[in-house]
Design a protein around this ligand. Structure first.
Ligand code: NAD
Length: 404
C-alpha cells in the first residue's frame, strides 16, 4: 500500500499532506473466518476479509472475490482501486472490497450457497447498515448476489443481482460494455484506427472477457484470439463469439474449441492491435512484457500489468489504458442499480448502457486531456483526475483543511 505512486501524482497537482495520509491507508479492515460443516467435505474453513479503503464519496463499493489466492493485502489493494475508480467515473461510492479464500470450482452449488449465507451472517452489520455494498467479482456470480439479497431482504444491500430479483437490466454485461466502449475510444484516439478495423486478443472469457468480446464484435472488431484457465484458441479470420459462449457454457472452458490451440503466453504475445487482459492480475510482468506485440493494451482485469511489466512496455512505446478507467462500467451500473433499489424505479437496459457510456466517455475525455496537457501516461493521468476529485470531496466533508 498504496498502489498508486503519489510522487507522480504530486508532480502534477498539489496533494495536501493530510489528503495523502488519508488516501495512503485503509479506513477499516475486518478479518473473519467462514467455517462450515459441509458434506462430503467435512469442516470447510476459509479466511475472509472486508476492507474499506476510503468512504469520503459514499458507501464502500467493491466486489466479493471468491478465489484461492485471496489475502488481506490483496483485498486492500483491490479496495484502494475502487476508491480511484469511483472518483474517476464520478459515482458517489467509496472504495471497498471483500474476499473469501476458497476455490469456487471446488464448491458444488448448494455448498457455495451455504458459504455465502455464512459470509452474510458474519458481516451482517456491514451489509444491513448499507456501509458495504458488494457485487460480483472473480469467482462470484449474479446468483451469489441473489443469495446475499435473500439473506438481507434489502435490495440496495448488494448490486449485480439478476433482474428478476431486483437487479438492473444491463448490469451483468456493463463491465464488458464499458471495456468495449473505452477500447473503441482509445483505438481512435491513440491508434487513429476505427474499432471496426481492429484485430483483438482477449485473455479471460468469463463475465468481463466474454461480454467485452461480444460488444467488440458487434462494433465490427475482429477477435482473433482468446484464452482462459483451460487454454486458448486463435483464428486469423475472427472467432465466432456466440459459438464460443455456448461452448464455454457447456464445457466450462475454451480448451478444445475449433481453431489453432494457443497457450496464455502465446495469447499475450499475439501481434494484434488491442490486447485486453480480462482475467486476473499480474499476467504481464517484466518477464513477458518484452514479448507483447500489441499496439495498445486495455486493462479489463484489475491490475493485470505489474509496475515492472509496465516499465518495459513504456520503453517499447506500448500504451496502457488502465483498469480504473477501462473496467469501471460495472461500478457505474452498480450505482444505477443501487439507486433503482432505493427509489423503486424501473430501468431499461438501454438506459443502463447510456449511463455507462456517458460516465466513461466523460472520464476518458478528462484522462486524455490530462495526458496531453501534462505528457504523462494514461495511468498517472487517471490517478491525477481521481485524487483531485477525492481531495475536493474530502474538503467538502471537512476531512482535510479547506486550504493546504
Ligand atoms: P470470471 O470469474 O467471470 O472470469 C474469469 C476468467 O478468467 C475465466 O475465463 C477464467 O478461466 C479466466 N482465468 C482465471 N485465471 C486465469 C489465468 N491464470 N490465466 C488465464 N485465464 C484465467 O471473472 P470476471 O468477473 O470476468 O472478472 C475478471 C477480471 O475483471 C477480474 O480481475 C475482476 O476483478 C475484474 N473486474 C470484474 C468486474 C465485473 O463486473 N465482473 C468489474 C470490474 C473488474
Amino acid at each position: 500500500m498504496p498502489t498508486i505512486d503519489f510522487d507522480q501524482v504530486k508532480a502534477c497537482i498539489d496533494v495536501p499532506p493530510t489528503a495523502e495520509r488519508l488516501l495512503s491507508k485503509c479506513e477499516k479492515e475486518i478479518r473473519f473466518s467462514v467455517n462450515l460443516l459441509l458434506y462430503p467435505h467435512g469442516l470447510v474453513e476459509a479466511d475472509a476479509y472486508i476492507v474499506y479503503h476510503n468512504t469520503a464519496r459514499g458507501p464502500g463499493k467493491g466486489g466479493l472475490r471468491i478465489w484461492p489466492t485471496v489475502t488481506a493485502e490483496h483485498t486492500r489493494a483491490l479496495a484502494e482501486l475502487m476508491t480511484w475508480k469511483t472518483a474517476l467515473v464520478g459515482v458517489p461510492f467509496g472504495g471497498a472490497k471483500s474476499g473469501i479464500a476458497l476455490d469456487p470450482s471446488a464448491l458444488p452449488g448448494a455448498n457455495k450457497t451455504a458459504i455465502i449465507k455464512e459470509y452474510v451472517h458474519m458481516i451482517s452489520s456491514e451489509l444491513m447498515s448499507g456501509a458495504y455494498v458488494p457485487a460480483p467479482d472473480l469467482g462470484s456470480t449474479a446468483s451469489d448476489m441473489a443469495v446475499i439479497y435473500g439473506e438481507t431482504h434489502r435490495p440496495e444491500s448488494v448490486t449485480g443481482k439478476p433482474p428478476r430479483v431486483g437487479g438492473l437490466p444491463g448490469r451483468r454485461e456493463a463491465t464488458g460494455y464499458g471495456v468495449a466502449r473505452i477500447a473503441a475510444l482509445a483505438s481512435e484516439a491513440l491508434l487513429s484506427q476505427p474499432i471496426n478495423q481492429a484485430r483483438v486478443a482477449v485473455q479471460g472469457f468469463g463475465n468481463v472477457g466474454g461480454w467485452t468480446c461480444r460488444f467488440l464484435a458487434e462494433q465490427g472488431a475482429r477477435i482473433v484470439g482468446v484464452a482462459d484457465l483451460t487454454g486458448g484458441v486463435y483464428r486469423e479470420g475472427g472467432l465466432p463469439i456466440d459459438e464460443l459462449s455456448a461452448y464455454v457454457a457447456e464445457k466450462k472452458g475454451l480448451a478444445g474449441f475449433p481453431g489453432d490451440a494457443i497457450t496464455n503466453e502465446q495469447l499475450l504475445a499475439l501481434d494484434v492491435d488491442l490486447l485486453i487482459p480480462a482475467a486476473v492480475e499480474s499476467v504481464i510482468d517484466e518477464h513477458n512484457a518484452g514479448e507483447v506485440s500489441a499496439r495498445l493494451i486495455i486493462e479489463a482485469a484489475n491490475g493485470p500489468t505489474t509496475p515492472a511489466g509496465e516499465a518495459v512496455l513504456a520503453r517499447r512505446g506500448i500504451p496502457i489504458v488502465p483498469d480504473i478507467l477501462a473496467n469501471s462500467g460495472g461500478v457505474v451500473a452498480s450505482y444505477v442499480e443501487w439507486h433503482q433499489a432505493k427509489s423503486g424505479a424501473m430501468t431499461k437496459k438501454e438506459e443502463t448502457y447510456q449511463t455507462v457510456a456517458e460516465q466513461l466517455e466523460a472520464a476518458f475525455s478528462r484522462v486524455r486531456s490530462t495526458v496531453c496537457s501534462r505528457r504523462i501516461t494514461h495511468r498517472v493521468a487517471a490517478w491525477v483526475v481521481a485524487v483531485d476529485e477525492l481531495i475536493r470531496t474530502m474538503r467538502d466533508r471537512g476531512w482535510i483543511p479547506a486550504q493546504g
